[in-house]
Design a protein. Sequence first.
Lengths: 432, 880
Amino acid sequence: MKQRLVVIGNGMAGIRTVEELLTAAPDKYDITVFGTEPYGNYNRIMLSSVLCGEKTIEDIVINDRQWYIDNGIKLYAGEGKTVVYIDRKKRDIYTQDGTVAGYDRLLIATGSNAVMPEVPGNDLEGVISFRDIVDVNKMLSYSRSHNKAVVLGGGLLGLEAANGLVSRGMDVTVIHNHEFLLNRQMDRPAAKMLQTELEQRGLKFKMAAKLKQLLGDENGHITAVSFDDCMDAGGRAPTVGALGDAGAVAEDGSRLECDLFVTAIGVRPNMALAQRAGIYCQRGIVVNDTLQSYDPSVYAVGECIQHRGSTFGLVAPLFEQAKVCANHLSAHGAAEYVSLPAATKLKVTGINLFSVGDFQGDENSESICFTDPALGIYKKLVIKAGKLIGAVLYGDTADGSWYQQLLEQEDNISGIRDALVFGQAYAGAHNH
Amino acid sequence: MNKPIQTTCPYCGVGCGISAKVDASQHRLKISGDATHPANFGRLCSKGSALGETVELKGRLLQPKAYGRETDWNQALALVADTFSTIIKQYGADSVAIYGSGQLLTEDYYVANKLMKGFIGSGNMDTNSRLCMSSSVAGHKRAFGSDTVPGCYEDLELAEMIVLIGSNAAWCHPVAFQRIRAAKEANPELKIVVIDPRRTASCDIADLHLPLASGTDAVLFNGLLSFLSAQNALDKTYIKAHTEGFESALASASIDVGQVAAICQLNKDDLQRFYSWFVGHKKVISLYSQGINQSSSGTDKVNAIINCHLATGSIGKPGMGPFSLTGQPNAMGGREVGGLAHQLAAHMDFSNADDIDRVARFWGSKNIAQKPGYPAVELFDAIYSGKVKAVWIMGTNPVVSLPDADRVKLALQGCKFVVVSDCIADTDTTALAHVLLPAQGWSEKDGTVTNSERCISRQRALFKPAGDAKPDWWIITEVARRMGFEQAFPYQSPVEIFREHARLSDFENNGSRDFDISAFADITRHDYDHLQPIQWPVNQAYPQGRARMFDDGQFFTESGRAQFIAVRPLRPVNLPDHAYPLILNTGRLRDQWHTMTRTAIAAKLNKHKPEPFVEVHPLDAERYGLAGNSLATIKSFWGSMVARVQITDNQLPGNLFVPMHWTEQYASRGRMGALVNAVVDPISKQPESKHTPVRISAYRSAWQGFILSRRELNIKKPDYWVKIKGEQFYRYELAGLAVPENWRDWAQNNLGDSDTDASQWQEYQDPRLGNYRAARIVNNQLDSVVFIAAGSTLPERNWLAELFEKTALEKTERMALLTGKPPLGGADAGTIVCACFNVGELTIKAAISEKGLKTHQEVGRCLKAGTNCGSCVPEIKALL
């Protein structure tokens, strides 16, 4: 008699776990999947490609409903199918519309929620995040009917959103609270090159800016945002990107008109359900190296978890978690999850940037730098005790994965140091 | 181009004929060997072939200068004449001097010598031939009673055995060596022996190399003389009939093979073999050069060699004889006119009162010098001590070439009045001149030179004089006139001087002097202009010249007999000690000439040995902690230099070799002259340039690097720098004692120029290792590149150098620039499909076909492509 596996969350982490499980132990479970979005399973990361029109929704669907049928998986997808309660004693789950399902093993993959800015007006019409197909469709319709957009957050998601909206013909200004973009993934020189390149594509930037409030009209629709004095450590006044147009910005730069406000200042693990069920959580659902929560029959993967103190936002570790989790669900029970330094990529066509590890370095680290500004190339490698510990590449990222490999394997690079920054081909050849 | 002009090469003493096609409009030459010239029959060496590249006007001295300011000839000549006259009036004739050069033409030389010895009345006319020839001159004089080279080049083809002694002819007299090589190929029986502490390029064709201990040549040839006697290999008849002093020579030579081997540190069997070969072959040529001459006992060494030929009667006949290879194109001409301080003129000298009277009468001089003047080394001592207050240096660079050269520099800095005639504006010596006189260069001069085989050839003007440049004979003549000697210096053209020179050689000669070209006493301008190469003497007896002297057993001594000289071998004056344990040897390179004023202009000549170097035996390298290709400081009691270490067992342990060529125009620390001991042969006064005790140590620099630039840069020079002209670029080898604050600023200051807006910079920095590299690219052409490293871990320069010949840089080349190595055939990945793992389309296609992948999962497992964000899975599927 098969055991029952219930999966809460129809996203990338949950379904990748199911996929892994289907290869690892095809007949072990009767699988039931609950998802709030009314679709099959799609590639969330690709939403930016859909936004800028390089892909369609169809392109980014990973598993359509037929796939669930083919694999004998029960799928409950849609508003009403949001799971609202877990009865861990009875091992049952309840949805909004009263659907009940019992489980032997429960997999929570509820993902994360966008962080909303804590400022007045964050509930206005036209204030959205960038998480799912609904958000994308909203942005698309705004781009057809409106002109000015503001994106809050110069991180990966924010830049992808802004780029998408620009490609849809909107006048977009990115508001960032730091002096340079992607300040978690890039160093200053690379970030400056990126900003220049994006400005050439029509994006505008308001750097080192602190949002004060969102202003709306009588219909409760956003019309503008306003700022506090800048928090630019360098003491420079907040600036709008090179192509900044006066129409969008008040003379003093303290106010910016907009019809659409997209917030992309990060995510928080979505752990409300787990908490209500009394599953131990801190910043996320706390799991061990087997992705098991404090309740032995409850597993969790993806952006909703907290593993050894860290939470997750990039896709690579999620897939790794899925492998390990499936390995244990299928009772092979060997794998252990180890979170590795994840590499950064920006999904903006024609822009190559890459970073991994500790690319800032410290007083004990050494750096190797290669620059060819005219070709838009910048490479910085950080080395400590003869090992590569971090890398930032801009313009030429061809060797990114090689550097990541060196970094993960902790190889001693002293022998190839001279050619290291020139890439694997040279280091290899000059080494032997 | 009109029809080629026949002229003579201005470099070594082989004196090759050159046929030059002249393109006056472009100021270009097409150089080839003169097939009709008896010295080379069409052959040329690397230097001669590159003459066309050395005639550019850039860097030429084209205007007289006085105290740093340009002036005209009248003022310059008046200044020289007046100052000389004043100093002579005040301090006497011996307070002035002329220091000439084997580069001067015979006519120039004649006039200079006549002015100083005949009319100023001082013997103080010496020349740089003192540095290379004077031991041969003295040896000849002692043995033959005359400064005569008995044989001729043809003997090289007729010989059964050729012994090269202290001569790297392969590099220093390349065409003579080519003739030997050809002879050896034509006749494998021809024995070639090289006697030289170094295993040089000349050993390439040697049947035997004797790497004797430095300075022991006289012992080796004394040993040969005893051996000949012991083996009854003497030509007693010849000795009896034509020589004197054999017994005492043999007595002082008495030594056995074992002792010789011990002293010379040679393998006894090898030595024995050489001696036996000498006995076994009648036609033996002993070809010797600076290794013999540049010694504190050089004259004895020359005679030790000549002794052996007299003892076997192997002299003056085809295919045999002692043969001194002269260093310079007209060293012989200089000797003929009496250019050395102990000579007077036309092979007459101060040792004979009749000669002095004779020359005085011929010149109509009341004031002729009565005694020898200062030979080169003493001359500059006299300048240093203030005895000589005015010196006129012609076409030579003593600040580089003389021993204890730093002292020579001081001497000239302290000298009251220094005049320099030269064709090059900036040399280490012109830098110290009060008056600079622009002399014509090789391609403009017109006159005669004499080569090692007594062959007189014409040097002919190929171009009109550049700027205000004048012939040396004209300059001297004009000064002589202004000093009040007009009637003795009526010359309007070289031929008039040549006639007078010829008449003097004939004057009261009657066969008493070997040098006799009386046949030219009345030569017409037309015949002079069409003069074909001819070996002196040229007189009634030998109207067509004379290939070999002494074939009749007649010599120019009192008795008419050749003189054996009893030689007691002496060790070099300064021997290695604990402070200076190594022996420094100096010499020429294949592709440079003297102080590089001309050869360094020809890019192709800078490829062979671009940088000053020191050859070190592996044992010494280990002992003194020297790495190959690193920099080393070489110190002697007299001075120091810095050079690039080349580790080679061509050196004997304990011996170093450095090239003689580098000057402060091309290297900051490359002047070997600064180290060389100012010790001279007591008879010939030739310096011991082949033997100076030195020590060597690693040169500790904070950084090393190089710059290649399309433009000649005005770099802020660090402690060590070398400048090298390349085909399309200038190369600078650099090393500094202190690291600049900011390499980027340093690079921008040194490499930048006005058109900065057009320039693109590429940079590489690894501060921890002290590595900085940058390239400056203008219009996608490589403009300059700089490599800096804390150690000496710098890439080869070749590939980077080649890039300067390209009109545009490939992307792959640009990305490889700062590796210093050519782009690798790193397979092109094609357009990136998987952005997460940077997997390219071509890579994926390749994997699919090679590994027969079916699904995107398989591709993922194989290349990781599509396994992260998965966004490229559609593209991967499409590729499948």
